[in-house]
Design a protein around this ligand. Structure first.
Ligand code: FES
Length: 431
């Protein structure tokens, strides 16, 4: 078999590679498709880049990627958080090479041009070494900026396209997932500045992302974990209480335990069922801020398990985002959600996060291995298609989205690839 031909410019009829419940193998291996993804998903839509808590002070900066475009997220001296393209306007050198720091300016290592942390060209070396023509264009030689930057709940998103839907329109129902984690903070804010755990996956970025809302794999991929914790955990949730999966639209999707938890009406089930008496200062602060009723509800329901298209995942008290590097290479970054002022809780959360998602984390190590094996299996060209259905099409559309009461259903994946197909086929200009 040969892969369907994929043009790198112009429009593209994606129905040759994505059907209702099937995805062609080349979706994960084709350099042309990867190119289209970078040009469409990552160059036209909203992409998560950073959290405000990471650049809280003037001068704070960090380096990230939007697709393959390197960027500096910079808190300028004027107080504005910008997403600057990490490229010198002289001969394109990558200006900032540190992962994060605090600086008033960035100096290019090649010929020494210096840019302010608001992106403007501040200084050039060699007094008298520039002619009149240079003076005329100098003002235009600042670092380029992502034309649209916006945030919700401290999560900063950027779009490299000057026009398009607003961030709120993009987030849609997924805003509720951000609200759920903020509801667990007495200040209404969270902190993601304690550092990110970085995992280099030998897998296509989509495999890494959509695995997070795959309710089917856990009992197999993570079997050893469940074997280890089963004696302590098995009685927590009655089997008859159903967890649902939901396609929230726009590529966002979730595994939703909230109904399950509400029926139990027990606080901290999502946090290993610790008694509230173990964290009295935290609960008191939450009640003082939100009142007893909202506090009880927040502690019963807990944070969400939601994928925010295309690259952000809220996994209870973890946040993960991914950067696609190549068809078979992805970096996933995970941080623990820290609640400002609640150090006792935070120490627990960070240890839990390291245990699951750290370098030897029991969940991410399993998922990394599976992703690598998926990618290795794709080297075989037959069968051509991957299946996103088991013939149990019991999805129901209601006011919350497309819901399946079987948490192992591939409803989130179908929503993910529906969005993927609607974006990747769009017109890509020739230049
Ligand atoms: Fe940056 Fe020349 S490439 S100063």
């Amino acid at each position: 078999t040969t892969d369907p031909e994929v043009p790198t410019t112009g429009a593209f009829d994606v129905s040759t590679i994505v059907k209702n419940h099937r995805v062609h193998g080349s979706v994960y291996t084709s350099p042309e498709i990867f190119h289209r993804e970078m040009e469409t998903i990552f160059r036209t839509g909203w992409v998560y880049v950073a959290h405000e808590s990471e650049v809280a002070e003037e001068g704070d900066y960090l380096t990230r990627r939007i697709g393959r475009d390197p960027v500096v997220v910079s808190h300028g001296k004027d107080g504005v958080i910008r997403v600057l393209l990490n490229r010198c306007s002289h001969r394109a050198n990558r200006l900032c090479n540190a992962e994060s720091g605090n600086a008033t300016s960035f100096r290019c290592p090649y010929h020494g041009w210096t840019f302010s942390n608001d992106g403007s060209l501040m200084a050039v070396p060699m007094r008298g070494g520039y002619g009149e023509e240079f003076a005329k264009v100098r003002e235009q030689l600042g670092m380029a900026e992502a034309p649209r930057v916006d945030s919700y709940g401290g999560f900063v998103f950027a779009s490299l396209a000057p026009e398009g839907i607003s961030l709120k329109e993009h987030l849609g129902a997924a805003m509720g997932a951000i609200d759920r984690v903020l509801d667990l903070s007495p200040t209404g804010k969270i902190d993601l500045s304690r550092g990110w755990m970085k995992h280099h996956h030998h897998a296509n970025w989509k495999m890494v992302v959509e695995n997070n809302v795959d309710g089917y794999h856990a009992l197999f991929t993570h079997a050893s974990v469940y074997d280890a914790i089963r004696p302590a955990k098995v009685s927590h949730v009655p089997a008859k209480v159903k967890t649902v999966v939901r396609d929230l639209g726009g590529g966002h999707s979730e595994i939703d335990y909230s109904a399950e938890y509400r029926k139990l009406d027990e606080e901290f089930v999502w946090y290993g069922r610790i008694p509230r008496a173990k964290l009295p200062e935290y609960v008191e602060a939450l009640e003082a801020a939100h009142g007893p009723e909202k506090t009880h509800d927040a502690l019963v329901v807990g944070p969400a398990h939601t994928l925010i298209w295309p690259n952000l995942f809220l996994a209870e008290m973890n946040v993960m985002y991914v950067e696609p590097i190549a068809t078979d290479e992805t970096i996933a970054y995970t941080a623990a959600v820290v609640i400002p002022g609640q150090e006792k809780l935070n120490q627990r959360t960070m240890r839990r996060s390291e245990g699951a998602m750290g370098p030897a984390g029991f969940l991410i190590a399993d998922d990394g291995e599976i992703g690598m094996r998926n990618q290795a299996g794709l080297a075989a060209r037959n069968p051509e298609w991957l299946e996103l259905s088991r013939g149990l099409e019991t999805d129901v559309t209601d006011e919350t989205g497309i819901v399946n009461s079987d948490k192992s259903a591939e409803t989130p994946q179908r929503g993910f690839y529906r969005q993927w197909a609607s974006v990747v086929g769009q017109e890509i200009p020739a230049s």
